[in-house]
Design a protein. Structure first.
Length: 65
């Protein structure tokens, strides 16, 4: 049973990294570690910042839709 849980945790980690679902968690950890006085943005605000940064960077390509 322990090995099954470990395997499922590994699969969950892999899927979150593959889909970049864990980016917000990494960002929150970074803000709390490097800028402890700064407010932590909500997930929605983080995703908005991320999208705006990606769309503004010509190296990221463009969005047609």
């Amino acid at each position: 049973m322990r090995s099954l849980r470990r395997a499922l945790r590994g699969v969950r980690w892999y899927v979150r990294e593959l889909t970049d679902e864990s980016a917000y968690d990494r960002y929150v950890a970074h803000v709390r570690r490097e800028h402890p006085q700064a407010p932590v943005p909500t997930r929605r605000a983080f995703e908005r910042m991320r999208t705006e940064r990606q769309e503004g960077d010509p190296r990221q390509g463009f969005r047609c839709c």
